[in-house]
Design a protein around this ligand. Structure first.
Ligand code: UD1
Ligand code: CA
Length: 451
């Protein structure tokens, strides 16, 4: 199998009008990545070393969006949208390079798995010229029907071209197929447009191959893998299926979730064994979590790296560039952005830490704010190992606070604090006036009585 070369062609020239969007359909996200990026990754996982994407209008946007996920992709433009068969031939130049297997997939079908595509490739390796991925459904409305004779697939009939008996068939075309590279161009070039829609149907390769005496097969695949996304309700449905799958994988890999249906993962969320994710946690892209980490309820985390044994939340917000070393803690109502916390450091309550590095075992008191922005530029704060920042302190960057320094509660710190120093930065010394409170309370009580 490994010795066979593979090209995947991803069709994405559709307008996607039912999305009612200014954004090309295939760029709408599932788990934080454009749906076509899922397809790119899946076909790469199935062994496609060359990936061709066929785009129509909005091709540049697709190119830009896919670039971060795979730079090896080749783009082809389908100038006129004349059908799926015509679309595949926009990648003629790639097909002509000669591959053993050609996989044809849709950019709007993000849930297909590499396992399924490998099964289709195995059939090609076995001597099949065309392998069609199909599914059984009680409601086949709108799909091409798989026409079999004596247990062999002989044709795919689009619904509009079906007679009454054919319309009753419940074995449907999922749209994706594998074609042996050796036969691909010959079969594709033979497709005509003599049908109800006047389009070049990719599905016609089945009848063409059968007539040539080549082996054609159907591979039955779970319906959900072949779900095509046409509108935002279906997009939400695909998101739901994707989330269930990924939660399942993570739990089987040793991650605990009490209410998995309330945990939302990104396409690249990585979580180590023995970690626990409490209910209602949201992960944006770029999160890496080590082993034995606890993420408490209602936390919102993106672009963060969390090392073994750290604890986050409840109600914590980690933004891109948050790096938590092992055993560190970020507690309730804290926001961390572009900042590192050393081993065992604690930021436990009501705090904003941005553009900062916090040393090992440092303790950041409740209500501490790193004032990192002057409205124009951002500045760095550095807090040393074992430093103690008293509650409600404002640390005005750029500023460095040394190892083991103490900052008194309520301070505004604008200048560097050396190691082992104590810093007070309060506007006034505290004044105490004996008996004054009693006097005020008495006056207020009297006023209330007058009313
Ligand atoms: C297609 C199949 C149908 C199958 C269904 C499954 C054909 C002729 N029909 O129908 O048998 O049951 O998928 O969902 O293949 N595209 C282009 N250029 C074109 C036309 C389409 O790039 O000129 C792309 C679309 O963006 C889409 C994919 O090809 O990603 C499928 O096209 P679509 O028009 O949705 O095909 P269906 O009518 O759904
Ligand atoms: Ca479709």
């Amino acid at each position: 199998m490994q010795t066979r070369t593979c090209l995947s062609i991803i069709l994405a020239a559709g307008d996607g009008t039912r999305m009612k969007s200014g954004v090309p359909k295939v760029l709408h996200p599932v788990a934080g990545a454009p749906m076509i990026a899922h397809v790119v990754k899946t076909t790469a996982d199935a062994g496609a070393a060359t990936i061709s994407i066929v785009t129509g209008r909005g091709g540049d946007a697709v190119r830009d969006a896919v670039a971060p996920f795979d730079t090896q992709v080749v783009f082809h433009q389908q100038m006129q949208r004349l059908g799926t068969g015509h679309a595949v031939l926009a990648a003629r130049e790639a097909i002509a390079r000669g591959f053993d297997d050609v996989l044809i997939v849709f950019g709007d079908t993000p849930l297909v798995t590499a396992e399924t595509l490998l099964k289709a490739r195995a059939k090609l390796a076995d001597g099949s010229a065309v392998t069609v991925m199909g599914f059984q459904t009680e409601d086949p409305t709108g799909y091409g029907r798989l026409i079999e004779e004596n247990g062999r697939l002989v044709a795919i009939r689009e619904e509009k071209d079906c007679d009454d008996d054919e319309r009753k068939i419940t074995f449907c075309n999922g749209g994706l197929m594998g074609i042996s590279g050796q036969n691909a161009l010959e079969l594709l070039d033979a497709i005509g447009n003599d049908n109800a829609k006047g389009e070049y149907y990719l599905t016609d390769v089945v009848e063409i191959a059968h007539a040539k005496g080549l082996r054609v097969e159907a591979l039955e695949v779970p319906y959900e893998e072949l779900l095509g996304i046409n509108n935002r309700a279906e997009l939400a449905g695909a998101e739901n299926i994707w989330q269930q799958r990924r939660r399942g994988e993570l739990m089987h890999a040793g991650v605990s979730m009490q209410a998995p249906e309330t945990v939302f993962l990104s396409h690249d969320t990585a979580i180590g064994a023995d970690s626990t994710i409490e209910p209602h946690v949201w992960f944006g892209p770029g999160v890496k979590i080590g082993n034995s980490v606890r993420v408490r309820a209602y936390s919102h985390i993106e672009g963060a790296t969390i090392a073994d044994g750290a604890e986050v939340g409840p109600y914590a917000r980690l933004r891109p560039g948050a790096e938590l070393a092992s055993g560190s803690k970020v507690g309730n109502f804290c926001e961390i952005k572009k900042a590192s916390l050393g081993e065992g450091a604690k930021v436990n309550h009501l705090t904003y830490i941005g553009d900062a590095s916090i040393g090992a075992r440092a303790n950041i008191g409740a209500g501490t704010i790193t004032c990192n922005y002057d409205g124009y530029n951002k500045y760095q704060t550095s807090i040393g190992d074992g430093a103690f920042i008293g509650s409600n302190s404002a640390i005005v960057a750029p500023v460095n606070i040394g190892d083991r320094a103490l900052v008194a509660a309520g301070s505004v710190i604008t200048r560097d604090v050396p190691a082992d120093a104590l810093a007070f930065g309060r506007a006034n010394e505290e004044t105490v006036r004996k008996g004054k409170a009693a006097e005020i309370n008495k006056r207020n009580a009297a006023r209330k009585k007058e009313k």
